[in-house]
Design a protein around this ligand. Sequence first.
Ligand code: SF4
Ligand code: SF4
Length: 289
Amino acid sequence: MPRHNSTKVSVYKTPDQEWLTLDSRFTFRCHAGLACFNRCCRTATIMLSPYDLLRLARALEINTGELLKRYTRREMDAQSNLPLVFIDLSRSPGGGCPFAGTHGCQVYHSRPAACRLFPITMGSRLAQNGIEDFYFCRRLDYCQGFDADTVWTVASWRANQGFQAYDEARREWLNLILAQGLRGPLQVEAAVLDLMATIMYDLDAFRSLAGATAFRQTCGLADETAAILEQNDAALLDFSCRYLADMLFTPGKLSGIFEKLADRFVQCISGAQKKNCAGRPAVDLKTKN
Ligand code: SF4
Ligand code: SF4
């Protein structure tokens, strides 16, 4: 497969790897009996979508603000200047992913999309016809999983790892990052970027904000919609992306809304951070292996 056109916007810019299609075959089996078991989790670069964060927060029974604070780091995307969130490998005492335990991944059933697809990586780019995906294989030199006889295609591996639900649930967010990237880096104050990061990734804080009267009046949010957002994580995720798209792509709206909501917003964040979200049912989130 040819390398992607550098004039397009992509979340992976320099994948110097083996290019694959959905039909490409590879052999792979990862299991605890291999000498390399867990090793890849010590150096992994795991970007988290808002859906990944929701799944992890619900699995760990903490709110999204706590999850962000304890386990992640933030970077600004060079093309869009929008915030990206990664698992912070410096948070565990010995280095490596803080969710890696002696017996493997401690959040396995809620592991992020990137971990599900590994050793395959998916990149996405925005072209004139919409988002195009591309795949490549990360053949770490110490990874013994490739020595197996089990044959996969990229498509069958995606299905086996429960990647589809995670992929579908991050598409609107991905589209935002890529669409802003096409327009160029967002030029706003740091405080506005913080607000956007919270709306994008700290969905429990955004839930508190969305329930506030000032916010509902500013957005014209109906009572029934607010009630759904209070209960339903998937609806909240969807609303957060639509709200951010409106803020980003409607001229003048971003700074205007921030000025109106700044005080209320700070209160909501601190309120959400104190709130115990343990036990919030994730029934509306798509569940798979
Ligand atoms: S290095 Fe490869 S085989 Fe070893 S644990 Fe990681 S993915 Fe599995
Ligand atoms: S979340 Fe789990 S699979 Fe992913 S890097 Fe961390 S320990 Fe490994």
